[in-house]
Design a protein around this ligand. Structure first.
Ligand code: IPM
Ligand code: MN
Length: 371
């Protein structure tokens, strides 16, 4: 059995709390002979800043580059509002994405049957929802230059962010979207703002051309990103896979997450290019929810998005689809027993904390894995 090297980066806020549950899950996997995982741990975000004055050290970057997968908690919080822009906690995550070449961010939004009442939308709108947002992650306005604030000398300042996309960047993310759609319900919706943005015009053109060249069998649809946002809350079950740029993907995936009942439920995978020789790809797995400073340290956070993110690592980095399915089933089964963290609380449910929810999932794993 190959050894899989994981770098755990718990980060800030609720990051360490939800990561603690992943560590127990990794222990469970090792103990049951489901793979052989070795872990290292490092600091990122505000935690790295407090110890080293930077959002991620060179040593941690080297560990990340050497790992088979990075498992990431969350970064940021009001404590670091005043730190220099380049050292802000988020800069650590952005550097990891950029330097590891993690251009494809997969954000599935699945509505667990037990949770369709927790959504702010009507049950029939979200029941059985299963879509994936494929977000471009290393380009666009997040990284485009110039990115500046200039003093104009007349009491005014000017801030500039730059949205840039080259053909190859659009093509490779669209390819991820088409290939994923083929394995699912065979429908891809591309979202941009070609009515206002040149990057939108090129995005639309490149996606169309790739479709005509390689993916005619996949149903392709284009939506303007604002209309797409509206459709996401109107009738989200029309979507299978959505492909979109870095900034629209950031916004739309928060919307999609909330459809499922809670931000605490949504995992994500950030993937690089597959190496033609080794067939390996760099990868980072993180929950979508962020550091939630308001509940940090209280043992209240929902660990499900973090646990499901580890499940995605099994699926996408280690070809352990069966084991990933097992984790998803254990999560659904734990929810079906009626346990709820406070973000997904509902009437008649048993309110539990982070560790209890983690334990409930492990208990279901024990049951499901029993011979
Ligand atoms: C996300 C987060 C990040 C982003 C922040 C923390 C930089 O919101 O992963 O969605 O904007 O990409
Ligand atoms: Mn976000």
């Amino acid at each position: 059995m190959p050894t899989h090297k994981l770098l755990l980066l718990p980060g800030d806020g609720i990051g360490p709390e939800v990561m603690a549950e992943v560590k127990k899950l990794i222990g469970w996997m090792n103990a049951h002979g489901f793979g052989k995982f070795e872990t290292e741990e490092g600091l990122v975000g505000g935690a790295a800043y407090d110890s080293h004055g930077v959002a991620v050290t060179e040593a941690t970057m080297a560990q990340a580059l050497a790992a088979d997968a990075v498992i990431f908690g969350a970064v940021g919080g009001p404590k670091w509002d005043g730190v220099p822009y380049d050292a802000r906690p988020e800069a650590g995550l952005l550097r990891l994405r950029k330097d590891l070449g993690l251009f494809a961010n997969l954000r599935p939004a699945i509505c667990y049957p037990a949770l369709s009442e927790s959504s702010s939308l009507k049950r029939e709108v979200v029941d059985g929802l299963d879509l994936v947002i494929v977000r471009e992650l290393t380009g666009g306005v997040y990284f485009g230059e110039p990115k500046t604030i200039t003093d104009l000398g007349n009491g005014q300042k000017r801030a500039i962010d730059t949205q840039v996309y080259d053909t190859y960047e659009i093509e490779r993310i669209a390819r991820v979207g088409f290939e994923l759609a083929r394995k699912r319900r065979n429908k891809l919706t591309s979202m941009e703002k070609r009515n206002v943005m040149k990057t939108g015009v090129l995005w639309h053109e490149v996606v169309d051309q790739l479709h005509a060249r390689e993916f005619k069998d996949v149903q392709l649809e284009h939506q303007l990103a604002d209309a797409g946002a509206m459709q996401l809350v109107r009738w989200p079950k029309q979507f299978d896979v959505i492909v979109t740029d870095n900034l629209f993907g950031d916004v739309l995936s928060d919307v999609a997450a909330m459809l499922t009942g809670s931000l605490g439920m949504l995992p994500s995978a950030s993937l690089g290019e597959t190496d033609a020789k080794t067939l390996k790809r760099r990868a980072l797995y993180e929950p979508v929810h962020g550091s939630a400073p308001d509940i940090a340290g209280k043992g209240l956070a929902n660990p499900i998005a973090m646990l499901a993110s580890f499940g995605m690592a099994l699926r996408y980095s280690f070809a352990m689809g069966k084991e990933a399915d097992l984790i998803d089933q254990a999560i659904a089964a734990a929810l079906a027993t009626g346990v709820r963290t406070y973000d997904i609380k509902s009437e008649g449910a048993t309110m539990v904390g982070t560790a209890e929810m983690g334990a409930a999932v492990l208990q279901q794993l024990d049951r499901l894995a029993a011979p």
